[in-house]
Ligand binder design. Sequence first.
Ligand code: HEC
Length: 217
Amino acid sequence: MAKKSVWSDNRFWQRTAAWITGFASVLLIWLTFDTSGQIVMGNDADLQNGVTKRVPGPTVINYKITYEMDAKRKHEVPVIGEKEMFFGKDDWNEEEAAALLHLGKLASQTKNCMNCHTLLGNGAYYAPDLTKAWLDPAWQETGPMQAMTGKSTKEEAMAEFLQNPSKYPTHARMMPNLGITADEAKGLVAFLKHMSSIDTNGFPRNFGKIQGAVNGK
Ligand code: HEC
């Protein structure tokens, strides 16, 4: 009897399929645990001890965040620096900070920011991605937004813009007034500041190319 080629052997394909399925399952389970471990939110103790977490705790709003080139990883990463004031205080405790972020998150959902913007890549492409909006040089002392809104801090300028966006047209497209209250605006700015501190592996890719975004003060 002529020897049958291995390629036309049913048993060979059955075994191959079983091995590949088994290997892929193990790999997926391992990756799931690895990812969960990496994206778990840090806490205040981490921040005080300078422990770097991919998703820092809510009290990161007490700290200055800059965007720096990481030569080894070949993209920018958020760097948490010294303490800085956020709406007049730099000692938001874990509960207060978490409550403020929660308010901001709820406001971002009820006002549907994602209808126009992307947050961490999710949403619409009508308006700029908000993942690193807090680090946008436009809001810094040297940028136009503080003068335009008549505010002397980044957070107050952003909160003012969010409450009255149609008063401050900066691009060809304008953001409409969404009826955002002063409290919601404060929460939203905290939400945006926290989001900018997340290490997103350099996403969005084009953000670091904005003049002044990297090594910004
Ligand atoms: C109907 C569409 C629309 C919705 C909904 C919307 N925006 Fe905007 N937003 C825009 C447009 C367009 C711009 C750019 C125009 C400008 O800067 O004047 C903008 C700009 C911004 C900026 C400035 C971006 C930067 O990098 O400096 C921030 C911050 C912002 N929006 C936050 C929000 C938040 C938070 C929400 C949800 C509460 C929201 N937007 C909902 C359309 C929208």
